[in-house]
Design a protein around this ligand. Structure first.
Ligand SMILES: Cc1cc2nc3c(=O)[nH]c(=O)nc-3n(C[C@H](O)[C@H](O)[C@H](O)COP(=O)(O)O)c2cc1C
Length: 134
């Protein structure tokens, strides 16, 4: 505990303290998948931690699992995320990206193209919310 607020190295990254913010899906991205207008402000407000891990972000339109999650596969996405990283760096914090391909957890209604999601696994996920499958 006495070292919680002291700097440390994580690989090549110097962290201003040892507190890390877990990735949390916000579902607030723009329709085109770029971070929403408040994203930079949201992350900057939390940048007193040593390291922020972004919300899960789809690396392709086939990887989207939930509505309004951000992507990182178009120039507009990159531009939006650069605003986020600049705002976080300005507060002295670091930010790592979480790439999240939802695989079979995606649904055609949640993708921009409404195609069935692409996934590497032949094993269907268990829906833990259905009483008949507990
Ligand atoms: C609203 C919400 C969104 C989350 N989104 C993600 C996510 O995008 N990626 C991820 O790996 N975990 C996600 N998680 C899981 C958290 O990062 C964390 O692992 C989880 O809340 C357990 O942490 P805790 O034991 O400190 O509560 C999310 C959790 C919450 C509450």
């Amino acid at each position: 505990m006495s070292q919680l607020f002291t700097p440390t190295m994580l690989g090549s990254a110097l962290l201003q303290n040892r507190i890390v913010m877990a990735p949390m899906t916000r579902a607030r991205a723009n329709v085109d998948g770029s971070p929403g207008p408040l994203a930079a402000q949201y992350y900057a407000q939390r940048a007193s931690v040593g390291l922020i891990i972004t919300e899960g972000t789809q690396p392709s339109d086939d990887g989207q699992g939930y509505p309004a999650t951000p992507g990182i596969y178009t120039d507009a996405h990159v531009t939006g995320w650069r605003e986020v990283t600049a705002a976080v760096h300005a507060q002295g914090s670091r930010i790592f990206f979480q790439l999240m391909h939802a695989g079979r957890m995606s649904h055609p209604l949640n993708t921009p193209h409404h195609r069935q999601g692409v996934a590497p696994s032949a094993i269907a996920p268990v829906n833990r919310y259905l009483p008949c499958q507990v």
